[in-house]
Design a protein around this ligand. Structure first.
Ligand code: NAD
Ligand code: HSO
Ligand code: ZN
Length: 439
């Protein structure tokens, strides 16, 4: 066996007991207590001192000297100088995301459940949405598209963006261009917990938002969880979208270089990222080829030190059974699942827990990260077992209505009276009786 500089722990699935699987697939443990201790005072400070606190945080975390932490629309043309080719690329991505997210809109429904009893459901956009665009280890204009486009599709009338300032106190022109395209009203120059607090509680002249969206590091995620639990803030969040991760399942049909780079593309997001490879019925030779490719690219890529750090927390599983491969994958519940398998789409029925699936050899995660049309804000840390990624519904609320005719209440009323009395709730029963319903 070759000893590589970047060695990923490898396990034979057949030699691992079911209880050991969970330990092997465990995400790096997050020190939530400690992160909370850091995040909560920042939130309180922003709540108490507003923009002043944001300016101090920008100096501390971004080493940026800000005069103001808020940019209001209309944004100056000089702030959105984007190369024409990049503008076109952004526009292409925008259109694909728009197309896929528009198709998710659902018509209002109306059902006559019994004669004279009509139930309806209508959708309404969330009035004020706050979009967090990460900017720590990498500035991510693509996230502005992933959050802003569905907000537009849903018809959200007020969009606020928050993103860390760059060292020179500005925001990446691509983010300003996208904010302008989306009709965002403000860009708050803040990252981390302070950004979340500013959106949750508002700033002078910027009302609080109703829902906060966006991925981020552990500080962002912890702050979102915190404000969500504060009844005073009355703010919802999209989902826990933390450090990026990917699980790749490969068989003998795979291309080792593509596999390695799909894995490393998510490892390069940050030291907390995690990658998992499941090798299905590979010969030792094929397996070595992939390991060699991972190693060679991990050392070559520009974010090599981040990648090497992330890889230390990663894992490789070897198995001879497709069912077993998908059992492991569903147990892990990856943010991104890539299928480098022959007839890859035939395996989709086996997928139960995943944020987004990349099917076949021509579908690297990068395509969904930027431009295919699906959303890249996805559940991490195993939350794919219960959460969906950001989608158009995330920006909508559904309101139900019921309208009964006199015939409807006469037909259904007796059942409601009896059920209400069963619960001892006589006012409920009498509200039906008073309308002339008799048992
Ligand atoms: N799950 C998804 O859908 C998805 C999508 C895109 C990106 N991501 C992930 O988002 C993350 C972005 O993280 P990032 O760090 O690059 O940028 P970020 O913008 O999330 O965080 C930067 C901020 O973190 C705060 N911070 C940093 N160190 C701190 C400390 N010691 N104490 C208090 N606050 C501190 C600062 O306020 C800083 O502004 C990456 O892990 C990436 O993988 C996930
Ligand atoms: N892979 C990230 C989601 O985990 C999204 C992203 C943004 N830019 C590149 N990738
Ligand atoms: Zn990515």
């Amino acid at each position: 066996m070759v000893k590589y500089e970047v060695q990923v722990p490898t396990y034979k699935a057949s030699a691992v007991s079911p209880s050991e699987r969970e330990r092997i697939l465990a995400r790096p443990i997050q020190d939530t207590q400690n992160i909370r201790k850091i995040v909560e005072p920042i939130i309180d400070d922003v709540k108490a001192r507003g923009e002043k606190a944001l300016i101090e945080c920008a100096a501390k975390f971004e080493k940026a000297e800000l005069k103001s932490a808020v940019m209001k629309a209309p944004f100056n043309e000089s702030m959105m100088k984007v190369a024409p080719r990049i503008r076109e690329d952004i526009d292409i991505a925008y259109n694909n995301i728009y197309a896929f997210h528009s198709a998710q809109l659902r018509p209002n429904i109306s059902v006559e459940t019994m004669r004279g009893v009509v139930c309806q459901r209508m959708s309404r956009p969330i009035e004020r949405v706050g979009l967090y665009i990460p900017g720590g280890t990498a500035v991510l204009p693509s996230t502005a598209l992933m959050l802003g486009v569905p907000a537009k599709v849903a018809g959200c009338p007020h969009i606020v963006i928050s993103t860390p300032a760059r060292k020179d106190g500005t925001v990446a022109p691509e983010i300003v261009y996208i904010a302008h395209k989306l009709g965002a009203e403000e860009i708050i120059l803040a990252g981390g917990a302070q950004a979340v607090a500013a959106m949750a509680y508002g700033l002078p002249g910027i009302p609080k938002v109703n829902k906060i969206f966006g991925p981020g590091n552990q500080f962002v995620t912890a702050a979102k969880m915190h404000v969500q639990n504060d009844y005073g803030a009355l703010v919802a969040i999209d989902l826990p979208a933390g450090p990026s991760e990917v699980l790749v399942i490969v068989d003998e049909s795979c291309n080792a270089e593509s596999v390695a780079l799909d894995l490393l593309s998510q490892a390069e997001h940050g030291m907390d990222s995690q990658i998992v490879l499941i090798a299905l019925a590979l010969t030792d030779e094929q397996f070595d080829e992939i390991e060699a490719a991972i190693n060679q690219h991990a050392l070559r890529l520009s974010r090599s030190s981040i990648i090497q750090h992330a890889i230390k927390k990663s894992v490789i599983i070897r198995t001879d059974s497709a069912d077993e491969a998908f059992e492991w994958s569903n147990l892990y519940g990856p943010e991104h699942l890539v299928l480098h398998l022959k007839n890859a789409s035939s395996y989709l029925p086996k997928v139960f827990n995943a944020g987004s699936v990349f099917v076949g050899p021509w579908s690297p995660v990068s395509m969904g990260d930027y431009a295919s049309g699906t959303n890249h804000t996805l559940p991490t840390y195993g939350y794919a077992s219960s959460y969906s990624g950001v989608n158009t519904d995330s920006f909508l609320k559904y309101i139900t209505t019921q309208e009964l005719s006199e015939e409807g209440i006469q037909r259904l009323g007796p059942s409601v009276i009896r059920l209400a009395e069963l619960e001892g709730l006589t006012a409920h029963a009498d509200a039906v009786r008073v309308r002339g319903v008799k048992l």
